[in-house]
Design a protein around this ligand. Sequence first.
Ligand code: UD1
Length: 419
Amino acid sequence: MDTYLIPTISQALQGEVQISGAKNAVLAVMAATLLADGISEITNVPHLKDMKTMSDVLRVIGCRVDGGPHTLRIDTRGANHLEAPYELVKTMRASFYVLGPLVARFGRCRVSLPGGCAWGPRPVDLHLKGLEALGASIKVTHGYVEATSNGPLQGGEFHFPISSVGATVNVLMAACLAKGKSILHNVALEPEIDALIDYLIGMGAKIKGKGTKVLQIQGVSSLTPGSGSTIADRIEAGTYLIAAAISRGRIKTTKMNPQHITALLDALQEIGCEIQTGPDWAIVDATKKTLKPTSITTLPHPGFPTDLQAPIMALLTTIEGISLVQDTVYDDRFTHIAELERLGAKIKLKGNTAQIYGGSPLSSAPIMASDLRAGAALVLAALVAEGETSLSRIYHIDRGYEDFETKFRSLGVDIKRVS
Ligand code: UD1
């Protein structure tokens, strides 16, 4: 298992980072290709382990998946094994996205329940209830969801009681092939949903209401294979911009949409960073002022993203004074706290709120990544901890950050990977 050796930075990080395609948008689009018979293409795909896992899920189903480093070609003509096995779904929850397309197109499928996650239970009840509202019969047995439909799914109305990215993805995809009209209320507003809608419309889906909380879908009897690019990864961009702040440096992220991370940029401005944005870039400059503590609450988009909760907490440990970080999306997503404490951070957790007593110096220690974003947060903290930090279980980081070491090297820090 690989480990990172992270040196203390000798100077503030400076430079430019080109942001990769959004893994979470591509994962949804990869599943959506199952809605059509033929060869679909996706471009601007990041070269990441999660893409390989989803490719393996599609291959088990009978698809051919190939392409270049940033292009995927998915041929669904051989899709006939309508099952996603536990071995794959447990390693990546987004594998569960095949449920909606498979039952909508083939009238039956068997998909493993994802199981637990490093930061507590992550139910899929809303995925199932939404599909039931479209007429699917759902049976959960032996750890698998068996979904069937007698003929095509039927258009229906469903109100998501809470905002869920995954459930919106699954139910939306299924509704595209349901007979008649579907209305989905309180859908998630994350940019990855908009990217999926664009791709589905390119496949011939009839969807109205993009960017609003209500989607109206007029089902069609078949879709055609899609082709198109994806959006930039807002969480990757956010991570590098937080790296600028934690190192008191200046970083420009390019080929990304600053509108997708306004909550982060507002928070960074509030603590004292200078922010500049253009149509497809953002700069965070923390070289000029002393940063001050703040309060952050994660919320569904356009609120502050839970995926940047751990990275911003790493930053707040370096700012003199008391900051608060509350996660209302995932109450238990705090495994990084114990590791930050090993580096010397002072944090008290009460319920879903962490109180950060910032400003005490961090020093290196052996630490481990417990999930993708926790891993990224620990790298950021290690950059400013005194001495070389060894961070294990970096396979989590490999799931979500393309060319991580190369991009950091271009900013002036040599993170080493050792086996
Ligand atoms: C997606 C992202 C993940 C991000 C999260 C929140 C992907 C592949 N993953 O995860 O990186 O952290 O959005 O922005 O895009 N919930 C239920 N029942 C359900 C589904 C969700 O109660 O059936 C709850 C969850 O426990 C959570 C909240 O809804 O409290 C939001 O979760 P959701 O938006 O579904 O997250 P994911 O789609 O799993």
